[in-house]
Design a protein around this ligand. Structure first.
Ligand code: TTP
Ligand code: MG
Length: 388
C-alpha cells in the first residue's frame, strides 16, 4: 500500500435483504429465501439468499421464473423499514472512520480513508475492522474491497463474495483484473459486453491491449473510459455529498426511429432499468419525465406527477407511454429518456402505487407490458449507446 495515491474501501453487504430475513428468523437460515413477493404475483425478485442462487435465481428475475427454478424457495415480500434501519447502522460505522463516505445504495458504499492511517492503522486494517464490526454489531456479513481507486475497490469487494476480503494494488492489475470478463468494467452493461465480444474482446486484459484510437473509434467517449479502466486507472473522487435526486436513463437509437411501437419497446426497457435502480436504493418517486429528441435534435421533456409514489416498472412505463402518445409529433425519434424524481425512501411514503391496490388497472398494465414484450422482445431495440 506504500505509494498508493489514495486508499479506497468498497463495502457491499451479502444478499442484503435476504440476509436480514435469515438473521431475524433462524428457521430461514441455510434455506433458499427469495425476496420480492409471492410467486404467483407479477413483479420481480429483489434479491435472494445464496442458497437460492444455486438454483439460478437472480435479482430482477420475474417471480414466476424464480418459482419455476426453485419451487421450494421461501418467497417473502420483504420489510423495507428494517433494511433502511440496518443501512443506517452500517453507515454510522463507516462515518466513524472517515467523513468521505459515498453510499451507492442501501447496502453499498465507497470510503476514502486516505490519511486516516494515523488514527486507525493502514487501510487494509481499517477494511478488516469495518468488516468485523458489521458482523458483530448487525449480525450480517459484508464483502470488502481495498484498492487505490473506486473501480478496483468495487471489483475487489465482488471477487470473493460472500464474506470476501480482497486487496487489489496497482501491481495486481495484470494478475487479478485482466482475466475478468469485460462485464466487470464499470459502465459496461449487457449490450456493450455483447458489442465488445463481436470483436473478440471478452476479457479486460484483451481490452487493455487495444490502442486508444481503436477503442475511441468504436465506442466514442466510452472507449476512453474502457481504455483507462482496463488499465486499472480511475480518478473519480469519493463524493460524500451525493444525494440522489432522480433516477433516469436514456437511449440513443442506432438509427432514427419512426415506428412508435419500437419507441414504446425502448420506453419499456428504460422503465424496467429505472424501476430496478429505484428498488435497489429503496426509493420511490412521484414525478415521471419523458424526454424525446427528434432527428433534427429538437428536444422536449414532459412530466406527470402521480398521486402516490411508485417504484414499479409497470407504472413508470404506463406514464412514460401516455406522455409519449400525447406529445409525439409522429416524426423520427433519435433519443428517448425516462426519469423518476421527487424521490423519497420507500418506507417513508406510505402506500405505494403498487400491486394489490387496483387489481383491474394492474392486470391491464401487465397485459400491455406483455404485448410489447411479445412483439419486440428484449433485443428489439439497438442502442447506439447507453448514456448514464
Ligand atoms: P445487491 O448488493 O446488488 O445484492 P445483494 O446484497 O442482495 O447480494 P450480493 O451478495 O450479490 O451483494 O443489492 C442490495 C439490495 O438491493 C438487495 O438485497 C435487494 C435490493 N435490490 C433490489 O431490490 N432489486 C435489484 O434488482 C437489486 C440488484 C437489488
Ligand atoms: Mg450487496
Amino acid at each position: 500500500m506504500e505509494g498508493w495515491a489514495r486508499k479506497i474501501i468498497h463495502v457491499d453487504m451479502d444478499a442484503f435483504f435476504a440476509a436480514v430475513e435469515q438473521r431475524d428468523n433462524p428457521g430461514l437460515r441455510g434455506k433458499p429465501v427469495i425476496i420480492g413477493g409471492r410467486p404467483d404475483q407479477r413483479g420481480v425478485v429483489s434479491t435472494c439468499s445464496y442458497e437460492a442462487r444455486q438454483f439460478g435465481v437472480r435479482s430482477a428475475m420475474p417471480l414466476r421464473e424464480a418459482f419455476r427454478r426453485c419451487p421450494n424457495g421461501i418467497f417473502l415480500p420483504g420489510n423495507h423499514k428494517k433494511y433502511w434501519a440496518v443501512s443506517r447502522e452500517i453507515q454510522k460505522i463507516f462515518r466513524e472512520y472517515t467523513p468521505l463516505v459515498e453510499p451507492l445504495s442501501l447496502d453499498e458504499a465507497f470510503l476514502d480513508v486516505t490519511g486516516c492511517e494515523g488514527l486507525f492503522g493502514p487501510a487494509v486494517e481499517i477494511g478488516k475492522q469495518i468488516k468485523d464490526r458489521i458482523s458483530r454489531e448487525t449480525g450480517l456479513t459484508a464483502s470488502v474491497g481495498v484498492a487505490c481507486n473506486k473501480f478496483l475497490a468495487k471489483v475487489a469487494s465482488d471477487l470473493e463474495k460472500p464474506s470476501g476480503f480482497v486487496v487489489i494494488g496497482p501491481k495486481d492489475v495484470e494478475r487479478v483484473l485482466w482475466p475478468l470478463p469485460v462485464r466487470r468494467i464499470w459502465g459496461v452493461g449487457e449490450k456493450t459486453a455483447l458489442h465488445l465480444s463481436e470483436f473478440g474482446w471478452t476479457t479486460i486484459g484483451i481490452v487493455a491491449q487495444q490502442p486508444l484510437a481503436n477503442l475511441k473509434e468504436r465506442f466514442g467517449s466510452l472507449g476512453e473510459q474502457l481504455y483507462a479502466l482496463a488499465r486499472g486507472w480511475d480518478d473519480r473522487p469519493v463524493n460524500p455529498g451525493r444525494e440522489v435526486k432522480s433516477v433516469g436513463n436514456e437511449t440513443t437509437f442506432a438509427r432514427d426511429i419512426e415506428d412508435g411501437d419500437k419507441v414504446k419497446a425502448a420506453l419499456l426497457e428504460l422503465a424496467q432499468e429505472v424501476g430496478r435502480r429505484l428498488r435497489k436504493q429503496g426509493l420511490a418517486g412521484r414525478v415521471i419525465t419523458l424526454k424525446l429528441r427528434y432527428a433534427d435534435f429538437t428536444t422536449i421533456t414532459r412530466a406527470e406527477t402521480l398521486v402516490e409514489h411508485t417504484d414499479w416498472d409497470g407504472e413508470i412505463y404506463r406514464v412514460a407511454h401516455d406522455l409519449f402518445i400525447k406529445n409525439w409529433d409522429q416524426t423520427a425519434v433519435r433519443l428517448v429518456g425516462v426519469t423518476v424524481s421527487k424521490l423519497a425512501p420507500r418506507d417513508e411514503v406510505g402506500q405505494l402505487a403498487f400491486f394489490g391496490q387496483n387489481r383491474e388497472k394492474e392486470e391491464k398494465l401487465a397485459e400491455a407490458l406483455d404485448r410489447v414484450r411479445d412483439k419486440f422482445g428484449e433485443k428489439a431495440v439497438t442502442r447506439a449507446r447507453l448514456l448514464k
